[in-house]
Write a protein that binds this ligand. Structure first.
Ligand code: UDP
Ligand code: MG
Length: 332
């Protein structure tokens, strides 16, 4: 019988967790003839009762496992940790707030079993219930990133997807520190079927994303999957050289014809500011990539565990070399 691991990143989700489990239980029961399940809750350094609730669920239902981070490492780290620890033949990533409907799971599984796909992913067909400014910024982000990146990043794509072992292992091969899943899933390739559904409001609790966090996340995506911004400096350099050459010619000609009355101080200041601004912008872009490289080179772990219901299994399953580099400080 196949086993599906469901990876559920949770950050301060004490209200949503019980609702999620109740809903998921119905789906697991409806599919229990075909598959077994593992619910892998990842506590991303929550400060509320999320961790206690997870432990409780683990005690009551053996299918529930948990990983708990030593602090908040972000959803991307939680997804990575979940995939690393998933023991299923298939793995799905799902938000705990029921914005990723568990009821789609039987269909997703059927598609992977019957059709020649490696993964079934989901996207929102509408952005109902979302602030207008957020929708606008998201749309622009996808426009920009798809223009400058070779990896296709699907607009409105959610992280909710079911994939087979081949694809899980491919995603795990990408052990980079700066993680942007939407890009990683596109980058590894494989055949993906897209399902669409309308935006669903959160079951309980509040969204953990604000415009600032989303902005940083989008920069992560752009710098992670495109180096086009780095060429901006070069293009601008050529453009400015051309402009200055034209200006020199114009000034020489003007001086020869009309003499040289001293004027143009204000325009000079404008040009200085303009050129200075462009230089700073280019240095800034360079800095972004350098910072990412710096973090990658340091080779810090993507996450640290403070506790896990899977600890023993994980140590046994890992090859020795990885065991030595273990990203965990044990229990407690
Ligand atoms: N999440 C997380 N770590 C974070 C932020 C969010 O694990 O630092 C989880 C969160 O608990 C939820 C999922 O990621 O299960 C999606 O978060 P949220 O619903 O706040 O985002 P939105 O749906 O509003 O984009
Ligand atoms: Mg949500």
């Amino acid at each position: 019988m196949d086993k599906i691991s469901i990876i559920i990143p949770c950050f301060n989700e004490e209200e949503a967790l019980p609702i999620y489990y109740a809903e998921m239980k119905k789906v697991m029961d409806s599919m229990k003839k075909q598959t077994s399940f593992e619910l892998l809750f990842v506590d991303d350094g929550s400060s509320d009762r999320t961790y206690e609730i997870m432990k409780d669920l683990h005690r009551k239902d053996g299918r529930c496992q948990y990983l708990s981070f030593s602090r908040n490492f972000g959803k991307e780290a939680a997804i990575y940790a979940g995939l690393q620890n998933a023991s299923g033949d298939y793995a799905a990533i799902m938000d705990v707030d029921l914005q990723d409907p568990p009821s789609l799971l039987p269909d997703m599984y059927r598609i992977l079993k019957e059709e020649a796909y490696d993964s079934v992913a989901t996207r929102r067909s509408t952005r109902m219930g979302e602030p207008k400014i957020r929708s606008f910024l998201s749309k622009e982000f996808y426009n920009v990133i798809n223009k400058i990146s070779k990896t296709e990043i699907v607009s409105g794509a959610r992280d909710y997807r079911l994939m087979n072992r081949k694809m899980i292992d491919a995603v795990l091969e990408m052990s980079e520190y700066n993680r942007f899943s939407k890009g990683i899933f596109g980058w590894v390739g494989f055949r993906t079927k897209w399902l669409e559904y309308e935006n669903i409001e959160r079951s309980a609790g509040e969204t953990k994303w604000n415009v600032k966090k989303l902005f940083i996340y989008s920069l992560e995506g752009i710098t992670g999957f495109s180096v086009v911004p780095l060429s901006i400096a070069a293009y601008m350099g050529v453009l400015f050289c051309g402009l200055s050459f034209l200006m020199i010619v114009a000034i020489v000609v003007r001086t020869l014809i009309w003499g040289d009355p001293v004027a143009g101080w204000p325009s000079m200041v404008c040009i200085l500011f303009g050129v200075g601004g462009v230089q700073l912008l280019c240095t800034g872009i360079l800095g972004q990539y350098l910072a990412k490289t710096y973090l990658e080179v340091k080779n810090r772990p993507v996450y640290l565990l403070k506790d896990s219901s899977k600890e023993e299994q994980r140590i046994m399953m890992m090859p020795l070399s990885q065991n030595l580099r273990r990203k965990s400080y044990g229990q407690g």
